[in-house]
Ligand binder design. Structure first.
Ligand SMILES: *Cc1c(COP(=O)(O)O)cnc(C)c1O
Length: 384
């Protein structure tokens, strides 16, 4: 096997397109140069369609969690209350960040694999008029659930004055997001998922409503002070040294996304989701998310003891050079997750399914070779 052909099918980091890799290899430039300012202004502008906003998009050096934290420390103060929609590991992360800064976190928890529905949220908010912000996860990466953000935003708008803050780290750039039209106040994401870059850039956009709150608050952190980023962005730069090479890469990513076009990108991810799910059903591997809430970027499968998910992952990795993800927290060792986002296309999905079939046979699980591939091909055939 070729070591450099190791195939990443995890929900981030995702494979880097060669032209993006090449763009990141450009010689370093000064971050206070006119050349960098032009690059930075251009990329910040080019990100707006993926957020669905006309507001500024801020780019900072940090993993996705830095943007999650940024959304908390600029909008809340210790003792204030927030509602956190927890449908898995990443919802829980938002709650922990809030608590670290002394914010009172009210958790609306649903079982892992389920989505938070508008009805649940409406009932939850009914007796919590003091809540200042509602935090949600768009794609809950730990379960493969895509929460209905548009509908949830409507509930927040109609039944509360709270800001609505969304973690879209594992799906922005692959799914629809109309931040302005839906009434979402803050959207955050990161570079290493659907944006096809290495880890290290985080992005955040805030609504006018959010800025009214932010302008009245003293930020609870120094590096993540949004007002400093806004002041710098007005001068086409960042308050602290930007990750210049990653921004070179981001510029190239924007070109790729523009060449394909957002509607086609969204469609491609939906097709990959449907192929993966059809294949797993054909192989009798239960899916965690219901069809209505299944993420186009990651699929979680729960063999429910029919075979060992860790054994499958090990054979995939050691004998077929393909890496898929395991479960997080209480699902560790129990489930497996297939990432199909970013630099990934339908034929790549056929490859991972074929390899899963081979691996299932190799670990002694009952499998009809080709059954999953065939089901996925049939899905694809309807779209090509
Ligand atoms: C990957 C991810 C994050 C960010 O994680 P980092 O490791 O800090 O980049 C946040 N939320 C979700 C839903 C994610 O999938």
């Amino acid at each position: 096997m070729f070591a450099d052909k190791m195939i990443l099918r995890i929900p981030g980091p995702t494979p880097i397109p060669p032209r993006v890799q090449q763009a990141m290899n450009q010689p370093m430039i000064g971050h206070r140069s006119g050349q960098f300012s032009a690059l930075f202004a251009r990329t910040a502008e080019r990100l707006k369609p993926y957020f669905g906003t006309s507001q500024d998009v801020f780019i900072l050096a940090g993993s996705g969690t830095s943007a999650l934290e940024m959304s908390v420390v600029n909008t809340l103060q210790p003792g204030e209350e927030a509602a956190i929609l927890v449908s898995g590991a990443f919802g829980e992360r938002f709650a922990k960040i809030c608590e670290r800064f002394g914010v009172v976190a009210h958790r609306l928890e649903v079982p892992w694999g389920k989505a938070v529905t508008p009805d649940l949220l409406q009932a939850f908010l009914a007796d919590k008029p003091q809540v200042k912000a509602v935090f949600a996860t768009y794609c809950e990466t730990s379960t493969g659930v895509l929460n209905p953000i548009r509908e949830l935003a409507q509930v927040v708008r109609q039944h509360s004055d709270a800001l609505f803050i969304v973690d879209a780290v594992s799906c922005l750039g692959a799914v629809a997001c109309e931040m302005d039209a839906w009434g979402v106040d803050i959207v955050v994401t990161g570079s290493q998922k659907a944006f096809m870059l290495p880890t290290g850039l985080a992005f955040l956009a805030a609504s006018e409503r959010a800025w009214q709150v932010i302008d009245q608050k003293k930020p609870l952190a120094f590096y993540l002070d949004l007002k400093a980023y806004r002041k710098s962005l007005a001068e086409n730069t960042t308050p602290y040294t930007p990750a210049v090479s990653l921004v070179f890469g981001l510029d190239e990513v924007c070109s790729m996304l523009e060449e394909e076009g957002l509607p086609a990108i969204i469609k491609r991810h939906e097709v990959m989701r449907d192929m993966t799910r059809a294949a797993m059903r054909a192989l009798n591997v239960p899916l965690m998310a219901e069809d209505a809430y299944a993420s186009p970027t990651v699929t979680s499968c729960d063999p429910q003891g029919a075979f060992d998910a860790e054994e499958l992952r090990k054979v995939l990795r050691t004998r077929h050079n393909i890496v898929i993800a395991g479960g997080q927290q209480h699902l560790k060792g129990k489930i497996f997750r297939i990432g199909h986002m970013g630099y990934c296309e339908p034929l790549d999905v056929l490859q991972v399914i074929a390899a899963i079939e081979l691996s299932l046979r190799q670990i002694g699980a009952p499998v009809e070779l080709g059954a999953g591939v065939k089901a996925a091909q049939e899905v694809l055939l309807a779209h090509v």
